[in-house]
Design a protein around this ligand. Sequence first.
Ligand SMILES: NC(=O)c1ccc[n+]([C@@H]2O[C@H](COP(=O)([O-])OP(=O)(O)OC[C@H]3O[C@@H](n4cnc5c(N)ncnc54)[C@H](OP(=O)(O)O)[C@@H]3O)[C@@H](O)[C@H]2O)c1
Length: 277
Amino acid sequence: MEHLHTQDLQADGISLPRLGLGTFRMQGETCRTAVESALELGYRHLDTAEMYGNEEAIGAAIAASGVARKDLHVTTKVWNENLAPDAIRRAFDASLKKLRLDQVDLYLVHWPAPKMNLPAMFEALMKLKEAGRTRAIGVANFNIALLKTVVEDIGAPIACNQVEYHVMLAQTRLRQYLTAKSIPLVAYCPLAQGRVASDPDLAAIGRKHNATAAQVALKWLLDQDGVAAIPKASRRESQQANLDALKVKLDDADRKAIAALPKDRRCVNPGFAPAWD
Ligand SMILES: NC(=O)c1ccc[n+]([C@@H]2O[C@H](COP(=O)([O-])OP(=O)(O)OC[C@H]3O[C@@H](n4cnc5c(N)ncnc54)[C@H](OP(=O)(O)O)[C@@H]3O)[C@@H](O)[C@H]2O)c1
């Protein structure tokens, strides 16, 4: 799996493998089996959240895998009903216990709440980081206005913004802001929840390279500086296919065809004002 490790992103002291396994909507035995399979295949970046209700299954899979802790990146997230400092600490303790870990690699605010005390939230998160209980902190679903407050006013060290990003969603302004601040973007729904697999234009590109439409969509993301992706795949064949996407070589004509796809197909809407990006 050397090719995976050479492609880690560096952010605020952590090394984030650019391809991770998403785990939303997988629970219990299904989740445990899928995570064990992914770890066997060489995945070293797992994405979970307290809201997914699968941290126990993931903890069991990690424990059974025999993968050295230092070789594994684990992200979990605090849900937006738990953003008061005390609630963050309680949620964090519960996540760590379920994951059977002493430390996570990245702890994210999962989703902005309509009313948040951002300075108090980030003080609590930074204390977890200073205590070594999480190696880094970050956010998900934060728009530019929120990011500016966190990064420029509060000065919190943000190791990523995890947002929806794929061949059919541009995220232009948000990407520009993150690039300017050297903050990685972790792309969720990188396969547009599986929709890319049936796109005829992506399939045509794939035929040129002996690859599938999904592999083309994934490699397009992973070719970008500062971008990681966390496709969810419960099937071992899809997990392997997503790893193999790293070997696909897209050319300028492919990128031009991908640029011409619709760019407004959002699957998940965090739904806050002002405009998302
Ligand atoms: N921070 C947030 O608010 C947030 C929001 C949404 C998602 N996420 C994270 O991002 C992860 C990924 O997003 P997602 O699960 O919504 O969507 P996704 O990864 O874009 O798509 C997952 C779907 O694609 C299918 N698939 C996977 N690999 C494939 C392949 N090679 N060929 C064809 N189909 C393939 C999967 O099928 P099978 O499962 O049947 O194999 C599943 O139905 C989540 O699991 C979660 O960890 C975070």
